[in-house]
Design a protein around this ligand. Structure first.
Ligand SMILES: Cc1ncc(C[n+]2csc(CCOP(=O)(O)OP(=O)(O)O)c2C)c(N)n1
Length: 821
């Protein structure tokens, strides 16, 4: 590893007056002007951290976390980051953002203040905590930008190591773009797979399972990833001793080091974070190999510091010794760079002092601008409301109270919209019996601004543009006399075959998906036909199978990521919930990852092959469509719909449906099933049963049985839990029957409770009920092994019969007398 003294020795003396390369033996010629620019940027970034912290302590911002102490390695990283490259990282990377020019210092402060305006804060429109970075991959119309022509920062997350699963796919995409012939023309997304995916992570976050799973997957997939570990020795207050076996990550990671001239494994580097030339040399070398040969690298950047402590939540003096703090002051990377600049005679002390003074003034000035820009519209809104309250005062018996409300509203130094809305409510309460024009105007102001604010903070949970799955037109399945009847899995096989032919960006992967075509054979023969990169096996690693999908989808591909069983989706649930489901929302429409997650579940046998934890899932993945087709034709229709849209979705196939016979539509690759539209699978007059998935069959059987006792049941297959019945068609059924049963095999209070709220509360079903609305669910325990275990744990035909009969018995005991108890 290069050190400062070695670099000096290698490169000889520096010509201080001419702008000549300072050292060039390291792949990147560096000019004096570049180096001084770097120093200036490092100092500005540090000043942004210092001022940022002060904003929080003075009450202008709520929380701050900063990149102080990590400036130099990020300047080195910025030198090798090219247009088209991607980053999946975390909150310490502000210097990288400044160096790449993807975030200005004003935007940095705008985010700190939570400026909810996409123009002022394009990374998240004020939705994310400060230092959570994201560039915009999409235009306002939801279409992709030319990703090859921009620096790409995939949107940050707060949970430690949560950026790692996505990194797997971001890197792997380069392999697909380089090696799959059909993708060679897609230059908007890639230039022959020359892009590197850069990861950044803190040392302590490397104790997370996601870190190790992702590293392993990146190595197996031979993806061009360069991962930086920013090691300052702590994770908040907990030192490496309690985080990492043997304390030293690069030592520990040596098992991943590839043998010389071997393409399996990583190059693992260790470099001090205060050694500017060594950092540049390391990044240049690692990235060149990753880019050209697709060999991943881990750069363990050691001996970093955190001058201001972890965040604004507390001070590091509580847990760092005096010696540690002294060491940190001495080895602060900016201090070290300054020493080096003087030692190398690149600049004098006086010149550096001047740079520092200017940088501080500059950042202070920008901060003030950002604050003014943030507060201006809110002050304006406050003025409008204060003026309306003042008008009310004149004609109100509660004039003094209104005056006090106005006074308190105007007294706040840092008003928020929250305070404005609270003041409106208070004013309307005290003047509730009085009618005045001003009062009406205040109500009108609130009615106008409330929806604007809901959108300001809540838009883009799902697509609001032409790529929405809800905009895909329905194409009915066509059957003819020649349409064969086949096994369910063969329907899917034909569908996936057509998708692979139609869409070159479509790739499918998962455990056992490649060679044998999946445990239920829906991909049988397709690897042979389309190659190992388009239909592939993965390791047993659900979180990073999903991450692989997310990363590929963010780079313009159309992945289908298979999770072998619904019960194992829980391994991926954190990534699904935190990353995928929030992506479009947390970037205010700036990024998307249209990954299709395929899995199978509901009743089969055994605790972990028959679960149906649907409410757990749907409540955690708002932002992802959740589809629950009752058979494989419906599933195929959903896949066709999803491939025509660009939104993420989870499709839960019915586990026991692969060997059931279904008729193969003649237009298997073309027909679509609309999202959010239930289907009446049996019309009836007396009771509406609302269900989905495997229970559709049970409900139909029960309906036949109920028919024998004169009860006419309407069975509705919801098909899509998220979104739910977008046209309100279930209400139409309830208007007819006045009785409703929500049925599924989730736990009590699970997805049935969700469906009940949708229909009874949101659609207004309450007004059409003649009987108490009912739910029928599985027992609260897990499904035991064996048919009898399932029978007594999940709703069966007899249970459905009983509940529906009881509803009718209660309505008309004369016509439906109790006969079984
Ligand atoms: C899953 C999860 N657990 C806990 C936290 C709280 N937390 C935030 S940062 C942090 C320490 C991270 O340390 P490290 O990875 O070394 O990064 P650093 O902040 O030191 O750069 C912790 C525990 C979190 N954000 N996510």
């Amino acid at each position: 590893m290069a050190t400062i003294s070695r670099m000096r020795h290698q490169d000889g003396d520096v010509d201080k007056d001419l702008d000549l390369p300072i050292f060039g033996g390291n792949h990147i010629p560096l000019y004096k002007s570049d180096i001084l620019k770097d120093y200036k940027l490092a100092v500005e970034s540090r000043e942004a951290s210092v001022l940022g912290r002060r904003q929080v302590l003075s009450g202008k911002a709520k929380f701050g976390i900063f990149g102080d102490g990590k400036e130099l390695p990020q300047l080195a990283l910025a030198k090798v980051f090219q247009k088209g490259d991607f980053r999946a990282g975390y909150y310490r990377d502000q210097t990288l953002m400044f160096a790449l020019g993807v975030m200005s210092i004003q935007q940095f402060f705008a985010q700190l203040y939570s400026h909810a305006d996409i123009q002022a804060e394009p990374h998240s429109a004020g939705r994310q905590m400060n230092a959570h970075f994201a560039t915009r991959s999409l235009g306002e119309n939801g279409h992709w930008h030319d990703l090859s022509q921009q620096y790409n920062i995939s949107a940050d997350l707060s949970p430690t190591a949560a950026q790692m699963p996505r990194l797997v796919g971001l890197g792997y995409a380069s392999r697909l773009y380089r090696e799959v012939d059909e993708l060679q023309d897609l230059t908007q997304f890639s230039q022959q797979g020359n892009e590197v995916a850069f990861g950044t992570i803190g040392n302590a976050s490397c104790a997370e399972g996601l870190f190790w799973e992702a590293i392993n997957a990146i190595g197996v997939l031979k993806s061009p990833v360069v991962l930086s570990i920013w090691d300052d020795g702590y994770g908040i207050s907990v030192p490496n001793e309690f985080q990492i076996t043997k304390r030293n990550l690069s030592d520990l990671l040596q098992g991943f080091q590839r043998a010389p001239d071997c393409d399996e494994g990583f190059d693992v580097y260790a470099v001090p974070g205060w050694d500017y030339p060594a950092l540049i040399e390391t990044y240049a070398k690692a990235t060149k190999i990753a880019r050209s040969q697709h060999i991943p690298a881990i750069i363990h950047v050691q001996e970093l510091t955190q001058p201001q402590g972890h965040s604004t939540s507390g001070s590091h003096e509580r847990y760092k010794s005096k010696e540690q703090l002294e060491w940190e002051a001495e080895y602060d990377c900016i201090v070290k760079m300054r020493e080096w600049l003087v030692e190398q005679r690149i600049a004098t002390e006086g010149e550096l002092d001047q740079i520092e003074r200017n940088a501080k003034k500059h950042v202070q000035h920008i901060r003030e601008r950002a604050w003014k820009a943030f507060t201006r519209p809110i002050y304006q809104e406050r003025q409008e409301v204060a003026a309306l309250i003042q008008e009310m005062e004149a004609r109100s018996a509660a004039g003094e109270e209104l005056k006090e409300i106005r006074r308190q509203l105007l007294a706040k130094d840092t008003p928020g919209r929250k305070e404005i809305f609270a003041a409106i409510q208070q004013a309307l309460i005290v003047a509730r019996t009085e009618d005045s024009t001003a009062r009406q105007q205040l109500i009108a102001w609130k009615e106008r601004e409330l929806p604007l604010n809901r959108r300001r903070y809540g838009s883009h949970l799902v697509s609001e543009t032409a790529d929405s799955a809800l905009h895909v037109p329905e194409v009915k399945a066509i059957y003819s006399a020649d349409s064969p009847t086949v096994n369910g899995f063969q329907i899917l096989n034909a569908c996936f075959d057509a998708m692979l032919t139609r869409e070159p960006r479509f790739v499918a992967f998962g455990e056992d998906v490649g060679k044998i075509g999946g445990v239920n054979q829906a991909f049988a023969g397709l690897q042979d036909k389309y190659g190992e990169l388009r239909v592939s096996d993965t390791g047993i690693r659900e979180a990073t199978i999903l991450g692989q999908g997310i990363g590929l989808a963010m780079r313009g591909l159309r992945p289908l990521a298979e999770i072998q069983y619904l019960d194992y989706l829980l391994y991926a649930l954190q990534t699904l919930s935190d990353d995928l489901a929030t992506l479009r929302w947390r970037t205010a429409g700036g990024q998307k990852a249209p990954v299709i997650i395929r899995t199978r579940g509901h009743r089969l046998e055994g605790v972990w092959h028959a679960g149906s934890p649907m409410a757990g899932i749907i409540h955690l993945v708002r932002g992802v469509h959740v589809l629950v087709p009752r058979n494989m034709v419906q599933a195929a229709g959903f896949y066709n719909t999803l491939l025509r849209a660009e939104e993420p979705a989870l499709v839960v196939e019915v586990l026991n449906g692969y060997r059931l016979k279904e008729q193969l539509p003649d237009n298997i690759g073309e027909f679509t099933v609309p999202i959010g539209v239930p289907e009446i699978i049996r019309p009836g007059e007396d009771v509406t049963i609302v269900t989905y998935g495997a229970l559709c069959g049970i409900a139909l059987e029960a309906a036949d049985l109920l028919n024998k006792v004169g009860i006419d049941v309407e069975v509705i297959d919801v098909q899509s839990l998220l979104p739910f019945d977008v046209k309100g068609s279930i209400l139409e059924s309830l208007k007819k029957t006045s009785r409703i049963l929500f049925l599924d095999e989730d736990v009590p209070g699970g997805a049935t409770a969700y469906m009940m709220q949708e229909v009874i509360e949101k659609q207004g079903g309450y007004w059409y009920l003649d009987s108490e609305p009912r739910t029928l669910t599985a027992q609260p325990h897990r499904p035991p092994y064996g048919s009898d275990g399932i029978y007594f744990s999940k709703p069966n035909v007899e249970d459905v019969f009983d509940v529906v009969y009881e509803m009718m018995n209660e309505t008309n005991p004369g016509k439906y007398p109790m006969f079984y108890k």
